[in-house]
Design a protein around this ligand. Structure first.
Ligand SMILES: NC(=O)C1=CN([C@@H]2O[C@H](COP(=O)(O)OP(=O)(O)OC[C@H]3O[C@@H](n4cnc5c(N)ncnc54)[C@H](O)[C@@H]3O)[C@@H](O)[C@H]2O)C=CC1
Ligand SMILES: Cc1cc2nc3c(=O)[nH]c(=O)nc-3n(C[C@H](O)[C@H](O)[C@H](O)COP(=O)(O)O)c2cc1C
Length: 176
């Protein structure tokens, strides 16, 4: 018996704005990807982030068997891509809608995302319906840290800086 109903929990979580990402994988267990907001930084030493993935997701088997993911942080222009990776669309159709490269692990890296974190999965913890993936970052791509796609109140929004210099010197010059 839960103290708080799932529905009430989700209603409250809808008030917590979060950046939207596409988490990808590729390798012997196949290419897959899904939209994810349940991601956060764990520590910078060693650089580690966490990703929560539903075990019923179509990407689950590939992600956990390949033991590698790339977290692609989305910009305002990626709303349609986020919807495609948000479920029920075949993997090939999801990936056909954008340009991809690779860094170290072979997981697809979105060409024009705000930032990409290429990771090996170091640890997995089962919690309820989801697995929490602790992901060691092994390579990075940065391509213009000027805006983000945000999910808040069950809808997409954007945040951005009007002066790219506000996002830092590397972003202003577009260096990765
Ligand atoms: N963490 C997750 O697994 C998330 C899953 N979704 C999926 O997208 C669908 C549409 O979402 P909304 O329109 O925002 O309505 P919703 O009422 O299903 O979700 C509201 C909020 O609750 C959280 N949430 C939703 N499903 C969850 C889950 N299974 N486990 C943990 N947290 C969850 C998220 O923060 C979400 O923004 C959901 O039914 C769900 O399948 C969406 C956001 C996060
Ligand atoms: C904005 C948004 C955020 C989401 N965040 C997550 C998440 O953090 N973890 C997760 O497992 N699913 C998340 N989902 C749901 C997955 O994207 C979706 O369920 C997944 O693609 C599975 O669908 P499929 O089995 O048809 O591939 C999110 C969906 C949306 C629209």
């Amino acid at each position: 018996m839960q103290d708080v109903a799932s529905r009430d929990y989700r209603d409250a979580m809808a008030c917590l704005g979060a950046a939207v990402n596409i988490v990808t994988t590729d390798g012997a267990a196949g290419r897959a990807g899904f939209t994810a907001s349940a991601i956060c930084s764990v520590t910078d030493d060693p650089p580690t982030l966490l990703v929560c993935i539903h075990r019923g997701s179509s990407a689950y088997a590939s992600v956990t068997r390949n033991k590698a993911v790339c977290v692609n942080v989305l910009s305002a222009r990626h709303e349609q891509l986020s919807r495609l990776f948000g479920g029920k669309v075949p993997a090939e159709e999801r990936f056909a809608a954008a340009d991809w490269s690779t860094l170290t692990t072979g997981a697809p890296v979105l060409a024009d995302c705000a930032a990409a974190f290429d990771c090996r999965i170091a640890d997995i913890v089962n919690v309820g319906t989801h697995d929490v993936l602790f992901c060691r970052v092994v390579a990075l791509q940065r391509s213009g840290c000027t805006d983000n796609l945000i999910y808040f109140g069950r809808a997409y929004h954007t945040v951005g800086v009007t002066d790219p210099a506000e996002a830092g010197p590397e972003s202003a010059s577009g260096r990765s």
